[in-house]
Design a protein around this ligand. Structure first.
Ligand SMILES: [Zn+2]
Length: 521
């Protein structure tokens, strides 16, 4: 059982509070029993209703949507462990005067008793509003945007940030094409690629390039969820948000800056989150610029543009035949990833608390309000397809977190990998133990044990033998060290460090070299 959500997100109706439209149109739903019959693993305590509903979603996967002013400051008596999700929801609402109705198998809408009947059904092309008219970029703006895009992409290339799994990129590309078909857009106008990143993030450039980090993919659970993220980024591109963002910022003129400054920051953040060494990029950036970056750069447009991106994202999701609950689940999954206090500055796109809470609230408002009647019963989640596509990514993410020096998350991620009994998993376990507390005897012993398990499993990484060799050598077991080094060299004769490892083998035989224990050449 994962820890319950720690942060209370306010039910404050910040965006769509004026929208009190409530639809009571009954949509008959053939309930898949999965969500509705999932039992609570732990009690839901008496608490504010909004938090209790978060907890229910967390435990059961049943997403609950409502207009933000429906819940307000209601509280609940809670529900005990063992209760089926549907009954738990009824218990949570007991005494509040609220009722609920299934929108589809995975999404429930909370209603007030006296909500008016809603007859407008939003379907088909009416789902996607026309793009807002935006004045074409001036030559100066075009130059700025191009310079920005080019600098970002060059630095992604230079930093070797691309994850580089062609099948995964083209899978995401197919999802984007399906979403674009919702408003008849040409499938090739965006190009989706995965970049290595320790933190969940995604951004779109004005040239149509969309980047999503491995951490983001790792934290999502279905194709519908990743489609919600892509739909958001597609809107940033398709509705000229970079250009509009630049114009909004220019009007504010809070901080003098240039596109190259933004690009520099953007990649600094990406590199930092990928765990790539670039201490110079983020360390020296003044706070004022970071705040500006957080607000105005690609990791967060104005509230207005973000709301537009979320609105179109849900509409695309529905129009493309995905289960709209994916939009809520994606943000919930991402918000559950963020430990309190992290990301003081700069907040990556999907990991900033206030932004996520606000966006969750906005999604719920949309789905419980204007789009409630458009939510179809047959939308797809495609969980298993998604799981198959990212199966290989989990251990890579452990390695990325390890590289970023985030040992706790590397450990947690490794523990969560299903079937983590592979040689590579054991090697990574060893690496975490060794690097978490370098030179400490207990850590070295744990690391050595993990490397020893790794080399006994099929297809061990060559590095497991090398690291084993170093630890044997340090422990004075030179014969074992030599055997391990020889195995490493047999597997990786061309490795950059092969000459150095070979130099161990050329040292005098064990016994006479005991004084060299611990002294690497
Ligand atoms: Zn956005």
């Amino acid at each position: 059982v994962r820890a319950p959500v720690r942060w209370a997100w306010s039910a404050a109706s910040r965006w769509l509070c004026a929208c009190t439209l409530s639809a009571l149109t009954h949509i008959p739903v053939a309930l898949s029993q999965t969500e509705a019959s999932t039992q609570l693993a732990v009690d839901i305590a008496p608490q504010p209703l909004s938090r209790a509903l978060e907890n229910l979603a967390h435990q059961s996967g049943l997403e609950v949507v409502y207009l933000s002013d429906v819940i307000q400051d209601q509280t609940t008596q809670g529900a005990p462990a063992g209760t089926a999700a549907r009954d738990a929801l009824a218990q949570l609402l007991d005494g509040t005067g609220l009722t609920f109705r299934y929108l589809n198998a995975r999404m429930v809408r909370i209603l007030t008793g006296e909500a008016p009947l809603e007859t407008v059904v939003v379907i088909g092309t009416r789902l996607m509003p026309a793009r807002p008219a935006v004045a074409a970029p001036t030559d100066a703006e075009r130059l700025r945007l191009t310079a920005f895009d080019e600098e970002i992409e060059q630095r992604i290339a230079r930093g070797q940030l691309l994850y580089g799994r062609a099948e995964l990129d083209s899978y995401l590309q197919r999802i984007a094409a399906r979403l674009l078909s919702a408003d008849g857009s040409e499938a090739g106008c965006v190009g989706v690629r995965v970049i290595k990143g320790a933190d969940a993030s995604a951004f779109a450039l004005s040239n149509g390039s969309i980047y999503v980090t491995t951490a983001l993919l790792e934290s999502l659970g279905s194709e519908a969820e990743v489609a919600a993220v892509l739909g958001h980024e597609i809107t940033h591109y398709a509705n000229d948000h970079v250009l509009r963002g630049l114009r909004e910022e220019d009007r504010r003129t809070l901080v003098a800056r240039s596109a190259s400054m933004l690009a520099w920051l953007a990649v600094g953040v990406a590199e930092k989150h990928a765990g790539l060494a670039s201490p110079h990029t983020t360390a020296q950036v003044p706070d004022q610029v970071l705040r500006m970056w957080a607000r105005a750069s690609m990791t967060g447009y104005s509230e207005n543009l973000e709301r537009e991106a979320d609105d179109r994202s849900v509409r695309r999701l529905i129009a493309a035949g995905y289960d709209a609950s994916g939009a809520v689940t994606a943000l919930r999954h991402l918000s559950e990833q963020v430990p309190p206090g992290r990301f003081v500055n700069p907040p990556p796109l999907y990991a900033s608390h206030p932004q996520l809470a606000r966006r969750l609230s906005s999604y719920r408002d949309l789905l419980a309000g204007r789009l409630a009647t458009a939510v179809a019963a047959g939308g797809e989640l495609r969980r298993s397809e998604y799981a198959a596509q990212i199966a290989g990514l989990h251990l890579d993410q452990v390695a990325i977190l390890l590289q970023a020096g985030d040992f706790d998350r590397a450990d947690t991620t490794l523990d969560a990998v299903i079937g983590a009994d592979s040689a590579r998993a054991e090697f990574l376990r060893g690496e975490i133990a060794r690097r978490r507390d370098p030179g400490a005897p207990a850590g070295s012993a744990r690391a050595l044990a993990a490397y020893e398990r790794a080399v006994r499993l099929p297809d061990p990484p060559a590095e497991a033998f090398r690291e084993q060799g170093y630890l044997y050598w340090r422990g004075g077991d030179f014969a074992a060290a030599r055997a391990a080094f020889a195995s490493y060299l047999a597997r990786a004769p061309q490795a950059a460090d092969a000459p150095m490892v070979r130099s161990y083998l050329e040292q005098p035989p064990s016994g006479s070299s005991s004084t060299k224990a611990g002294a690497a050449p």
